[in-house]
Design a protein around this ligand. Sequence first.
Ligand SMILES: Cc1cc2nc3c(=O)[nH]c(=O)nc-3n(C[C@H](O)[C@H](O)[C@H](O)COP(=O)(O)O)c2cc1C
Length: 159
Amino acid sequence: MTVKNFRGIMGNFIAGVTVVTLPGDPPHGITVNSFTSVSLEPTLVSICLDHGSEAHRRLNEGMNDSYCINILAEDQRWVGEYFANMGEMEQDPFESKNIETLSTGSLHFSSSIAYLDCSLYDVVKEGDHTIYIGEVNGGEVLRPEAEVLTYFRGKWGKA
Ligand SMILES: Cc1cc2nc3c(=O)[nH]c(=O)nc-3n(C[C@H](O)[C@H](O)[C@H](O)COP(=O)(O)O)c2cc1C
């Protein structure tokens, strides 16, 4: 299996899009669609991060032990593009009005469909990625009626 083939096949699996925020000075964000639910008791979720990413570096070096997973709405496509480093953008989402800081220090966007406030629970290194398992300490559905942002066959969409 080549990487090209693998990407081509996996791109057919429709996924929602999240932005994972890491508090700090400056804070950091990464666009992630490897997000999945893992366990109900305890409440665990996972994300899978490329070893080349700044987000992985921060978590791996212990700079962060908590993070927030924002499930993006269709009208937040620019936020997804911004944190996937898809080119120059005028506005930094961290400087927008709708960024909120939770008591745990986690950052979330009030325009997201929902968010999960997580603390690092376990780490599994596999190949060129690491699976970060987070325990969910809080969260909220903010926009139950909004359409969600999707990524399918290399294109943004909505559902
Ligand atoms: C829709 C979409 C989903 C992505 N999902 C992931 C993911 O699950 N894990 C990952 O490591 N990178 C993922 N990426 C790529 C990162 O967002 C991208 O490499 C980013 O620039 C890394 O940011 P950083 O190095 O500043 O942390 C995704 C990109 C897009 C557009």
